[in-house]
Design a protein around this ligand. Structure first.
Ligand code: ADP
Ligand code: TRP
Length: 345
């Protein structure tokens, strides 16, 4: 089939909680920059989020029992998370006129393709998936949906015949599996799918407040849209050792410096590094400098988010319009797939 002229870029984000600096510098910033480089499809993976929704409901029950408030239902949790992540992306600069921005469950062709891909996917391929093994190791109940998660992800990618998929290192194996599935399909039914490649997000691991990789599951995240006291609390709570302020320090071992680097100009970074090395620079001062940078950088995005959130129909309109545009492509792909597999009648 004829390839689209501009390269197609696709990525998905799970609606599973508040986004943090690791998500921003590791993924979102690149997604937004790529809007001008190709034809972008970005979606909110709410079918994928179903694999962990049971766990979210259990956590909600625990949290509300302690706080004595009414627990939200699974449906409420998912819908709030979808709206939150959509608002976050839109406030941070995703332009729905440039990128096709949609909710996965508004594009039902994805699940149809996932079924067909499942029939050309060996059990062995899925059994090797790190993400599945990791989630089971974390104690998440092993549902069939969790096991077949990579097939749904391959369907997301192949349904719009994407060429490039910007992802973090943890998703690279899923891209390899997607290429395998596309290859099995093409060799059985004819050349339908281009083989997509990953584009690795550039930011190395953004450290969390405890110095380990920032992650919502480790409780060490600094949220992008936190402000006021909670933001101050998480920045001032960055764990540092008790080296006295007077002692010279290697800046690369200081979490406040590593985070400051993400926001500051090269001159400002060099200057702070120099002050650490010279001695007399305490981590508390660096934390305050970091806090000022976070405020200056994300302040305007916060204002934008508040404006967008005040318009109650905005997110829904954007997502529905995005799905309409996405479905022009997904319907095309499915027509070819049905023809090739004998399901067209
Ligand atoms: P979390 O670890 O908080 O659950 P996700 O796994 O949902 O985050 O990650 C979503 C995206 O953000 C992925 O592309 C991932 O590579 C990126 N990301 C998450 N945490 C970091 C981090 N600490 N440093 C760099 N990138 C990150
Ligand atoms: N699995 C990805 C994650 O957890 C989210 C995702 C779902 C995705 N489908 C995708 C990413 C398709 C890229 C392409 O981060």
């Amino acid at each position: 089939m004829t390839e689209p002229k501009r390269k197609r870029i696709l990525s998905g984000v799970q609606p599973s909680g508040k986004l943090h600096l690791g998500n921003y510098f590791g993924a979102i910033k690149q997604h937004i920059a790529l809007q001008d480089e190709g034809e972008c499809f970005y979606f909110i993976a709410d079918y994928h989020a179903q694999t962990t929704l049971g766990e979210a409901v259990r956590l909600e029950l625990e949290a509300t029992r302690e706080a004595k408030r009414k627990p939200r239902t699974g449906a409420q949790i998912l819908q709030e998370n979808v709206r939150d992540v959509a608002l976050d992306y839109l406030a941070l600069g995703l332009d729905p006129k440039k990128a096709t921005f949609y909710r996965q469950s508004d594009v039902p062709e994805v699940t149809e393709l996932a079924w067909i891909l499942g029939t050309v996917t060996g059990m062995g391929l899925l059994e090797r998936a790190h993400s599945y093994k990791d989630k089971v190791a974390q104690g998440i109940a092993a549902s069939v949906g969790l096991f077949t998660y990579p097939i749904l992800m391959a369907a997301d990618i192949l349904i719009v015949r994407s060429n490039v998929v910007p992802v973090g290192q943890d998703q690279v194996q899923h891209l390899e599996m997607t290429r395998d599935m596309a290859g099995y399909f093409n060799s059985t039914f004819g050349e339908v799918f281009p083989l997509p490649t990953e584009r690795l997000d550039v930011a190395a691991k953004v450290p969390g407040t405890d110095g380990k990789k920032m992650s919502k599951s480790y409780g060490n995240a600094i949220e992008i849209f936190a402000e006021g006291k909670p933001l101050k609390k998480s920045v001032m709570g960055i764990v540092t050792d008790s080296t006295p302020p007077e002692a010279p320090k290697d800046p690369e071992t200081r979490t406040p410096y590593l985070l400051y680097k993400l926001f500051a100009t090269p001159e400002e970074v060099a200057d702070l590094g120099q002050r650490y090395r010279a001695g007399g620079m305490g981590d508390g001062t660096a934390k305050q400098m970091l806090l000022d940078k976070i405020e200056a950088y994300f302040g305007p995005f916060r204002e934008k988010r508040k404006q967008l959130a005040a318009d109650s129909g905005y997110v829904e309109d954007v997502l529905r319009d995005g799905a309409k545009r996405a479905r022009v492509e997904t319907e095309k792909t499915m027509a070819i797939v049905r023809e090739a597999t004998g399901l067209a009648h």
